[in-house]
Write a protein of this length. Sequence first.
Lengths: 266, 113
Amino acid sequence: MNVQTQSPAKILPDAQTVSSVHHWTDTLFSFRVSRPKSLRFRSGEFVMIGLLKEDGKPLLRAYSIASPSWDEELEFYSIKVPDGPLTSRLQKIAPGDEIILRPKPVGTLVLDALLPGKRLWMICTGTGVAPFASLLRDPETWEQYDEVILAHTCRTAAELDYGRTLVEALPDDPLIGELVGDKLKYYPTTTREPSAIEGRISDHIRDGRVFAALGLPEWTCDSDRVMVCGNLALNKDIMGLCEGYGLVEGANSDPKHFVVEKAFID
Amino acid sequence: MTFVVTDNCIACKYTDCVSVCPVDCFYEGENMLVIDPEECIDCGVCEPECPADAIRADTEEGMEPWIAFNEKYAKIWPVITEAKDPLPEADDMDGQANKLETHFSENPATEAA
């Protein structure tokens, strides 16, 4: 009789194994995990991930998948909240550990929710850059748009590192570097310490500084598409600005000119 | 915070919302869906998807009765995890006033025959 050896049963239900962890600052870290074979997602979507609590029940939070849809692994980018019920423990994970991952990807920040356009603006704060980390590494984004602008606002320069590292690596990326070409524009700002560009992105849009700095026209429905992923205040501000320019909010079922997602915080 | 389903869902029940809910917190009545306010993670993905624009954040004005309404029926209706066809008269019923008084059914959804 043939006895097939099976891989060891996973300890947690819906468990995936951590393959690497990178701490960016004392409040930010990223990590990569195995990807369930049957998981298909669109770049920009999020899934519920987490750990088991002491009572055996799962504690899950929504996390954007920071890796593109073609990647064999999944990447996530998280804050560390000292007393946070999830991240106080999640920040300690190491390669070989397991996390729970519910395989139902959903989200508003997907290319499908926008009508064809010329320029795609990705506007985010803090860990809100995660869905854009996925979209920026997806060839589909570069095929659909002539220009892509990543406008990332953080409190400090160190908090911009994850996004900056990714942006700097893109033109040389063996897979999509050629598609990126010179289409990418990066507009990082800090709010709590001096840097090359200071202030909140909403103010820079409102007073036209960002358009002047990048040599781009103000938003029109014909050409511009906007994706927003930040804290509630930023989201509200940018939505107001979008609507002021006549842009209409889109959805999977009714694509339009801009989409918004809350940057989930523990 | 939570999102809530309001009266324009009644007699339409498009169910587009169900496809995009990451935590499966929609519960199905005979001719309407509700959201369980305890389970909702407030991600907001369902709100722009509803063709009837029946979903609202509970922070909007006038939503308090709907929070209680959603909570009540989420307890007695079965969970719905996959979208299905809208009710046959959905497009006609979309936007009709007073559906709560004239059409709402308290009955949970039943299994399809």
